[in-house]
Design a protein around this ligand. Structure first.
Ligand SMILES: C[S@@+](CC[C@H](N)C(=O)[O-])C[C@H]1O[C@@H](n2cnc3c(N)ncnc32)[C@H](O)[C@@H]1O
Length: 240
């Protein structure tokens, strides 16, 4: 194996897997996104080539550009760690990178990560399922305007009930709240927004579905919608 698609976890440097940390510790090339927990890159060997694809000269490359970079380094037989926030296969475009490596005949392995979809609510003391309150959890993208993706059926999601976890949803929060309200979800439904979960910059705002548009937290933030969002069972983990 030459290329490892590694989940970095939600931000806390200790929330990478043991395998992910070991691979990072012997990487020759590290290719990472902007949203990587502080301190994680310190695990890479001093001589490793570190490429921040969020900050290449000329601006961030397209996904095709990143795929090509991974294929190029992989073909040279170097140990490449492609470090991605959370889990590589949860809205991380890890699937596209895996397909590109596979098509190019470059051996690779996927190392799962702790996804913010459960870790962000958890860090705020919110269990995404809870006996008597929620029997399902749906993880959905808030990038509703993305023409390359099939639309999100907010009406079906409103009808299904249960917990909704929205990633990348803050810029569209007003449209999301309105779509769910129009589809019949109760305006008093509890909502929590968790910003930079598990890090020293973590902030949590509790509100209701009708007041979600007023919450002004920057990216990265995760929106939790449903009865469980009113819970705080205590989280207890010191921030990283
Ligand atoms: C492109 S998605 C990547 C998700 C990632 N693959 C995962 O499994 O967590 C980025 C979105 O994840 C959420 N996110 C990532 N890290 C977060 C954190 N530490 N706290 C809250 N939300 C986070 C935010 O909604 C952000 O806009």
């Amino acid at each position: 194996v030459t290329v490892y698609l590694v989940g970095a976890g939600p931000g806390h440097p200790e929330l990478i897997t043991v395998r992910g940390a070991a691979l990072l510790g012997r990487a020759e090339v590290v290719v990472h996104d902007r949203l990587i927990g502080r301190g994680l890159l310190d695990l890479a060997p001093a001589g490793a080539e570190v490429v921040d694809v969020g900050k290449l000269p000329g601006g961030p490359p397209s996904q095709d550009g990143i795929n090509a970079l991974l294929v190029e380094h992989g073909r040279r037989g170097r140990e490449v760690v492609r470090l991605k926030g959370g889990d590589p296969f949860v809205f991380g475009r890890g699937g596209e990178e895996a397909e590109a490596l596979s098509a190019a005949g470059v051996p690779f392995e996927v190392v799962p990560g702790v996804t913010s979809a459960t870790a962000a609510p958890g860090a705020a003391g919110i269990p995404v399922t809870h006996r008597g309150l929620s029997t399902s959890v749906t993880v959905v993208t808030g990038r509703v305007g993305d023409p390359s993706s099939p639309g999100v059926d907010w009406e079906a999601l409103a009808r299904a009930g249960g917990t909704l976890v929205v990633l990348m949803g803050m810029s569209e929060r007003a449209r999301i709240a309105s779509a769910l309200l129009v589809a019949g979800r109760d305006p008093a439904t509890p909502v929590a927004v968790v910003h930079w979960a598990t890090t020293g910059d973590q902030r949590v705002v509790r509100t209701t579905l009708s007041d979600l548009p007023a919450v002004d937290l920057p990216s990265p933030s995760t929106i939790v919608i449903g009865e469980v969002a009113a819970l705080d069972v205590g989280a207890g983990m010191p921030p990283g």
